[in-house]
Design a protein around this ligand. Structure first.
Ligand SMILES: [Zn+2]
Length: 467
C-alpha cells in the first residue's frame, strides 16, 4: 500500500546496519507540497539541534526545543525530499520524519482512522529530534528523540537512521494515543509488556511494507521463514548483534515470578535482571508464529510447496530435525514461483496487521492481559474469514502459555481440526467484541501525569546498557 500512492517521496534505510548501502525510496501518504521545511506537517515536525546534551525529562523538560538548530530539510522543486544526500545533516531529520510518517501512514490505514496524539490538547504536534547526546531513544509527551549507540564494532549507529528503533517508538506513540494508560499507580506488568511487544510488531509490519525488504527477506531465506531472517531481527544494530528476535522460543513459563515492585523496579527471581521486554517475548513470538502460519498456508493453498515441506503443525523438534530438507524444497519452489511467495507474504502480513489493529482498538489499559489480547486477535482473524486457521493460531498462543479461551467470544478448539461454531454462529464478517471498545483518540480523560508515569516505567533494551 505504500507504493504508488502518489505521495511525497522520501528515502529511508529499512535496515541501515544490515547492509543497505543505499536508502529505499518510499512514498508517504501526504501529497507533494503539503510537507514543509523541517520536514514538517500539521501533526509533526523535525527539528535538528546543533547540540542537545540531554534527553527530555517530562514534566520538567519538554518540547519545543528552543536552542540553535541546523537548517531544516527543504523539499525539492516538486515537493519531494528524496534529493537530500545521505551525508547531509538534513538527511537525518528527513529520515526520522519519513520513518515516523511511514509507520503512522500504515497504521492509520489498518486502524481505519487518524491517530490523534494523546497530548494534542496541550502539545498539538509531535516534535522529532534526530540527535541528542544520549545512547538511547524514546517517545514521550510531544516528542520522539533519538541518540546513538556504538555497536560492538565501535561504529556509531545513529538511531535516527535505524528504521526499527524509530518505528518502535512510533508504535508507543500510536498506542499511547489509541489505548491510553492506566491511572498512575495502576500500570501493570502485562500492560507494559504488551506495549513493548506491539511496538516491535508495529515496526515489523512497517518494515515489511517496504518492497525491497520482503524481496530481500524471501531471497535470503529462499521463501522459508523458519530461517533466521533480516526482518525478525528487530532493532538489529549489525548483522550479528540482535536486540530482540521475533522468532524467539520463549514462553510465559520462562518469566514466571518476574514482576514489578511498587516503585517501578523489577524483581527477577532468576537474577537475570529482566523486565517487561522479557515478558513481551512470548506474545511477540506467538503473533510472529501466526504470521508464518498464515504465510505457509498461503503457499500450500497456491500449491507452491508440497505437503512434505509444509512444516505447519509439526513439533519444534520435527522442524529442527528436518530443517535442511524443508529448506531445499522451499528453495526449489521459490526459484520457480517467486511472485506467489510474495503474494502469500503480503496477504499474511495484512491479516496479522488487521488483527493487531483490532486488538489496539478494543483492549483497555486497566484490564489488559495477554489472554484478552490473544482473544481479540483470534476474533478479528475469524471476522476476516480465517476461521479454518483459528485452531492453529490458538495453538501458537497456547504453546507460549497464553490461553485466550476464557476471554474468547467465539468457540475455538485447539489442534488443527475445524473450529466449532459458536452458539451465536457468526464467525465471519463481523468482529465480536467482548469488551467495550476503548475510547481511542476521542476519550475525554487525558491525564498527562498518568502518561508521564507510564512512560517512566518503559526502559528500553535498545537504550543504553549499563557500562
Ligand atoms: Zn519500547
Amino acid at each position: 500500500m505504500t507504493a504508488s500512492m502518489g505521495g511525497t517521496r522520501f528515502r529511508l534505510f529499512p535496515a541501515y546496519a544490515a547492509g543497505y548501502a543505499e536508502p529505499e525510496t518510499v512514498e508517504l501518504s501526504l501529497p507533494p507540497g503539503t510537507i514543509g521545511p523541517g520536514p514538517s506537517d500539521p501533526w509533526m515536525y523535525a527539528v535538528h539541534p546543533l547540540r542537545k546534551a540531554d534527553p527530555y525529562e517530562p514534566p520538567s523538560s519538554m518540547p519545543p526545543f528552543r536552542g540553535p538548530t541546523y537548517p531544516p530539510a527543504l523539499p525539492g522543486p516538486q515537493g519531494h525530499f528524496d534529493h537530500i544526500p545521505t551525508d547531509a545533516p538534513e538527511f537525518l531529520a528527513a529520515h526520522l520524519y519519513g520513518t515516523v510518517r511511514h509507520t503512522l501512514d500504515i497504521w492509520e490505514f489498518y486502524l481505519g482512522r487518524k491517530v490523534v496524539w494523546w497530548h494534542a490538547p496541550r502539545i498539538p504536534r509531535l516534535e522529532l529530534i534526530p540527535f541528542v547526546q544520549w545512547q538511547n531513544a524514546h517517545s514521550g509527551p510531544g516528542f520522539i528523540e533519538m541518540g546513538e549507540k556504538p555497536s560492538h564494532s565501535g561504529r556509531e549507529q545513529p538511531f535516527c537512521l535505524n528504521f526499527d528503533v524509530i518505528a518502535h517508538e512510533t508504535g508507543h506513540a500510536i498506542m499511547f494515543s489509541m489505548i491510553g494508560v492506566p491511572a498512575e499507580g495502576d500500570v501493570s506488568e502485562p500492560f507494559l509488556a504488551f506495549h513493548e511487544s506491539f511496538s516491535d510488531l508495529i515496526a515489523l509490519i512497517g518494515v515489511m511494507e517496504i518492497p525491497s525488504v520482503t524481496r530481500r527477506l524471501l531471497t535470503q531465506t529462499a521463501g522459508n521463514l523458519y530461517v533466521l531472517n533480516i526482518v525478525n531481527r528487530i532493532g538489529a544494530i549489525s548483522d550479528t548483534e540482535q536486540v530482540r528476535l521475533a522468532s524467539n522460543t520463549r514462553t510465559l513459563a520462562d518469566v514466571v515470578g518476574l514482576h514489578m515492585a511498587p516503585d517501578g523496579s523489577w524483581i527477577d527471581p532468576t537474577g537475570q535482571h529482566r523486565n517487561q521486554h522479557a515478558i513481551a517475548e512470548p506474545l511477540t513470538g506467538a503473533i510472529f508464529d501466526g504470521l508464518v502460519e498464515l504465510y505457509q498456508d498461503g503457499l500450500a493453498e497456491r500449491g507452491l510447496i508440497p505437503p512434505e515441506a509444509d512444516a505447519r503443525g509439526w513439533s519444534r523438534a520435527e522442524v529442527e530435525r528436518t530443517m535442511d530438507a524443508v529448506h531445499s524444497t522451499s528453495a526449489a519452489a521459490w526459484a520457480r514461483f517467486a511472485q506467489g511467495f510474495h503474494t502469500a507474504l503480503d496477504d499474511a502480513r495484512h491479516i496479522v496487521a488487521r488483527c493487531m489493529a483490532h486488538v489496539i482498538l478494543t483492549v483497555r489499559p486497566e484490564t489488559l492481559s495477554f489472554p484478552i489480547v490473544a482473544a481479540r486477535f483470534l476474533e478479528a482473524a475469524a471476522a476476516l474469514g480465517q476461521t479454518r486457521h483459528l485452531p492453529a493460531l490458538l495453538d501458537h498462543f497456547l504453546w507460549r502459555g497464553i490461553d485466550p479461551r476464557p476471554a474468547l467470544g467465539i468457540a475455538v478448539a485447539p489442534g488443527r481440526g475445524s473450529p466449532r461454531q459458536s452458539a451465536s454462529g457468526e464467525q465471519r464478517g463481523r468482529l465480536y467484541v467482548a469488551e467495550v471498545p476503548n475510547p481511542g483518540p476521542d476519550r475525554a480523560c487525558c491525564d498527562a501525569f498518568a502518561f508521564i508515569a507510564a512512560h517512566r516505567l518503559m526502559p528500553h533494551s535498545h537504550r543504553a546498557r549499563p557500562g
